[in-house]
Design a protein around this ligand. Structure first.
Ligand SMILES: Cc1ncc(C[n+]2csc(CCOP(=O)(O)OP(=O)(O)O)c2C)c(N)n1
Ligand SMILES: [Mg+2]
Length: 378
């Protein structure tokens, strides 16, 4: 006689767990959550530390702050494999050292730039990837799978498409994540590149950091639809929308886009809703120029990604309130925070990079004439 199934046991087997959401974040461990929080602190500390260094007169060049937008970089990069490619632009400077940092902050074999390289770049030193041609993001690294950034908005999306096309032809499974502002989406090349990637089902994930402003132009004057992600429909590809203040939501949406791409289904757009905390660059004092209403700025900065992540960790029992309060960097501008608002590990890590850069020499003047044309090797 056939056994009658125990109804309780059968129910346990078939009913999805009440708390299960099916989201990619469910595969993350509590250690991953703590690591994500640390990386948010690190990206924020990089930002505020550079602003302070410049105010102290120890740094020249222009800074493009990623303050309040760190969850986009941290969440997206955490979803990648070491061997995947990225293509950052001006507001993504921390991406150069955050790439593959989950393989170990001090791991010399990880496929990302070291904090020393990035700081040397910012200080224009001889050992920087750009060898003092520039102090910011016009760098790349084939070895670390970072596509060279250019100033031309959306200009690297076709390059990214070509890189992963070549990888596919070679039998690889790499995806590329390109970072762009919402202003980039009004460029003709944005449409050409995304369309090309869609036609050829290339694994290109186009992240749109919609921070509502492209220099002094509000998004309403650039895009007729409330969601940039809607444009994906025109290419026949998925358009995801993420809360750019929530590192876990960014992680979820980018992970879904990566799964889609890696399985051969092609590209997608991930729009991350956020808000630019400061002016376009530190040369653009938007408070003095008054092109952004104060209440819009206050609202846009009211959900600090560090605070949002802490709250989620407190609610899920991964972080004690007391520990969350130990380093209260959230909600503070560069002029208000001190090193005590950040975990010691973060301050030490970045300080090592800054010290390295400050001790490094600038290149010889003759170098200015090099590498415009092909150089003789001997
Ligand atoms: C093709 C092109 N046009 C104009 C510029 C000058 N420019 C540099 S950044 C920028 C604003 C970019 O806005 P957005 O894409 O929204 O990025 P965000 O700065 O907000 O991160 C402009 C107009 C440029 N670099 N490239
Ligand atoms: Mg913008």
């Amino acid at each position: 006689m056939a056994k009658t199934a125990d109804p309780d046991k059968a129910a346990q087997k078939t009913a999805p767990s009440q708390t299960s959401t099916g989201l990619p974040r469910e595969a993350l461990s509590p250690e991953d959550y703590h690591e994500l929080l640390m990386q948010l602190y690190l990206a924020r500390y990089f930002d505020v530390r550079l602003i302070k260094e410049k105010k102290r007169g120890r740094l020249r060049g222009t800074l493009y702050s990623s303050h309040n937008q760190e969850a986009i970089l941290v969440g997206a990069l955490y979803a990648l494999k070491s061997t995947d490619w990225i293509s950052p632009i001006h507001r993504d400077m921390p991406a150069f050292f955050l790439k593959d940092i989950k393989a170990g902050w001090d791991n010399p074999d990880r496929l990302g730039m070291s904090i020393e390289e990035v700081c040397s770049q910012v200080w224009g030193r001889v050992d920087s990837p750009g060898r003092a041609r520039d102090n910011w993001s016009h760098i790349g690294s084939r070895a670390n799978k970072i596509i060279h950034s250019t100033s031309m908005l959306a200009g690297t999306i076709p390059v990214a498409a070509g890189v992963v096309y070549a990888d596919r032809l070679d039998g690889g499974d790499a995806v590329v994540v390109t970072f762009n502002g919402e202003g980039s989406t009004s460029q003709g090349v944005f449409h050409e590149a995304v369309n090309f990637a869609a036609v050829h089902k290339l694994p290109v994930i186009t992240i749109v950091e919609n921070n509502h402003w492209a220099f002094g132009t509000p998004v309403e004057l650039e895009c007729p639809t409330p969601d940039v992600a809607d444009r994906a429909k025109g290419y026949g590809i998925p358009g995801f929308i993420a809360d750019g203040q929530d590192v876990l939501d960014v992680y979820d949406k980018v992970s879904m886009a990566i799964d889609h791409a890696r399985s051969g289904k092609g590209p997608s757009i991930v729009e991350c809703k956020t808000f630019r905390a400061y002016g376009h660059g530190d040369h653009d004092d938007d408070r003095a120029a008054k092109y952004r209403p104060d209440d819009e700025v206050a609202k846009g900065r009211s959900r600090d990604p560090i605070g949002v992540m802490k709250n989620q960790m407190i609610e899920s029992g991964m972080l004690a309130k007391k520990d969350a309060m130990a380093h209260p960097a959230e909600g503070k501008g560069a002029g208000e925070v001190t090193d005590h608002d950040f975990p010691e590990k973060v301050v030490k890590y970045l300080s090592a990079g800054v010290d390295f850069a400050l001790k490094s020499p600038v290149p010889d003047a003759e170098e200015a004439l090099k590498w415009v044309f092909a150089e003789d090797e001997d």
